[in-house]
Ligand binder design. Structure first.
Ligand SMILES: NC(=O)c1ccc[n+]([C@@H]2O[C@H](COP(=O)([O-])OP(=O)(O)OC[C@H]3O[C@@H](n4cnc5c(N)ncnc54)[C@H](O)[C@@H]3O)[C@@H](O)[C@H]2O)c1
Length: 359
């Protein structure tokens, strides 16, 4: 019997969750949204049987096996735990929660309910990431000693004064929003346990309309803009591995770049997407390369992978269903989400105190 899914939140990611769940053979039976009328509209648009005006009403439906949570960050923890307590598996959008302490609460609730939680680290599902991971798992890179994670934008602030720029609702700015490459680097490195972090954040442009992104997220007059537009950090892990990170919505860089570069004991590598225009990938250049020394020569191996415009979003949602069906390993675990949020918390703590932070 196919897995039956309910969705909370009708934002832009719903189309990808729906496509991925359906591709993997699940049925989307319900949708709920707190905004009056929003669920009914989405149900009609995306061919979902039952819209609900409240999450409570949707979770009372016994036929729902799993729920996807696509709402602003502040509500990830409470809704994920509510779904787990109602006996549903959960696929929650990134970031996993506002901070590591909240992820720990999610882990405890999942254990208690004996239900699964996956987060949408969709960049792991990109063909380049999966191709690179195959080589890493085969030992081609050796031990990855060091990596550099970047998601940098020149002009990509997602609306001024809305939830994205309000710390209480988002947990932070560019770093927590564009956490994907930090996650991907740690994935390639074997998700080591973080030891020490030094970081800094900058908010010079967070109120400057020259740096607005192209997504049409409306500005809210009188809204809050108390998050960073860029973050830089350095992480050392208990294994001796190290990671540097640069994540920005707005920074004086040439163009949007989304990349993980690493240096291993046997090979280096690069997974990179250069965007044509901030937030739009119509002229994107994708790279997936390995760098080795062979027979006294420096050899660059270029790995060709299929184009994937959705940046792994459909594949990531499909993996959730395939995992529940016992057909695939999960693309991520809550324990990894915890380590990622520990790093993010530590960058913010270091930026606040001006001191290195031990985890
Ligand atoms: N993985 C990705 O590539 C990606 C891309 C964009 C957004 N996201 C994530 O998706 C999530 C949603 O972002 P968005 O831009 O769609 O947000 P949004 O502000 O458009 O909100 C989505 C919907 O959630 C509803 N909602 C808000 N609070 C609710 C609650 N407590 N209960 C029920 N419904 C509620 C809103 O009415 C809205 O319709 C965020 O966590 C964001 O980080 C991920």
């Amino acid at each position: 019997m196919s897995i039956k899914v309910g969705v909370i939140g009708v934002g832009g990611m719903l189309q990808y969750h729906a496509a991925g769940f359906r591709q993997a053979g699940a049925e989307i039976v319900a949708v709920a949204d707190a905004a009056p009328g929003a669920a009914a509209k989405a149900a009609a648009k995306w061919d979902i049987a039952t819209p609900y005006e409240t999450v409570d009403a949707m979770l009372a439906a016994p036929e729902i096996d799993a729920v996807s949570v696509i709402v602003p960050n502040k509500f990830h923890k409470s809704l994920t735990i509510q779904c787990l307590e109602a006996g549903k598996h959960v696929f929650c959008e990134k970031p996993p929660a506002l901070n590591a302490a909240e992820v720990q609460e999610i882990i405890a609730a999942a254990k208690k309910a004996d239900k699964q939680v996956l987060f949408n680290f969709n960049n792991r599902a990109r063909p380049e990431s999966q191709a690179m991971m195959t080589y890493i798992n085969q030992g081609v890179a050796g031990t990855i000693n060091s990596a550099q994670a970047k998601w940098i934008r020149r002009t990509g602030i997602p609306g001024f004064g809305g939830w994205f720029t309000t710390k209480e609702l988002a947990g932070g700015g560019s770093l927590i929003d564009l956490l994907h490459m930090v996650d991907l680097a740690m994935y390639f490195m074997g998700y080591p346990e973080p030891a020490h972090v030094i970081g800094q954040t900058f908010s010079d442009f967070i109120q400057d309309k020259q740096f607005k992104g192209p997504w049409g997220i409306p500005d809210r007059v009188g809204g809050t803009t108390d998050v960073e537009n860029s973050a830089h950090g350095f992480v050392s892990f208990k294994t001796g591995q190290v990671l540097s990170l640069q994540v920005s919505w707005a920074e004086m860089v040439k163009r949007e770049e989304v990349s993980v570069v690493f240096q291993g004991t046997k090979a280096g590598g690069r997974v990179e997407r250069l965007f044509g225009i901030d937030g739009l990938d119509n002229t994107a250049i994708d790279t997936c390369e390995l760098y080795v020394q062979e027979n006294g020569h420096s050899v660059n191996r270029s790995i060709t992978t299929p184009a994937c415009e959705d940046m792994g979003r459909i594949g990531s949602a499909a993996n959730f269903i395939e995992f529940l069906d016992g057909k695939a390993a999960p693309l991520n675990t809550p324990e990894q989400a915890l380590r990622l949020m520990q790093v993010i918390d530590a960058v913010y703590a270091s930026a606040k105190t001006g001191k290195p932070v031990s985890i």
